[in-house]
Design a protein around this ligand. Structure first.
Ligand code: SF4
Ligand code: SF4
Length: 80
């Protein structure tokens, strides 16, 4: 299991989640539309969820159907 960043991050991307992550597994550069969570490093603590002002972050098992594709997008970001 891992946590996943979904569509609402796009256009906000304020990095509030980065500051609270105890394992520093949330990444993205200036060219990326959103940030991404490395599923291999995330320890499922959930701290980032309440830090996000736009409710973009979900446990992978709780991602709304319309944003399921973001599960693979987060994983793929760290394989490129
Ligand atoms: S759930 Fe915890 S470890 Fe995973 S990205 Fe969020 S803050 Fe980091
Ligand atoms: S706190 Fe939410 S909107 Fe801000 S960068 Fe993290 S996921 Fe994106």
């Amino acid at each position: 299991m891992s946590y996943v960043i979904t569509e609402p991050c796009i256009g906000t991307k304020d990095k509030s989640c980065v500051d609270v992550c105890p394992v520093d597994c949330i990444h993205g550069n200036d060219d990326d539309a959103q940030l991404f969570i490395d599923p291999e490093v995330c320890i499922d603590c959930g701290a980032c969820v309440s830090a996000c002002p736009v409710e973009a972050i979900y446990a992978d098992s709780d991602v709304p159907d319309k944003w399921k594709s973001y599960i693979d997008l987060n994983t793929a970001y760290f394989k490129s």
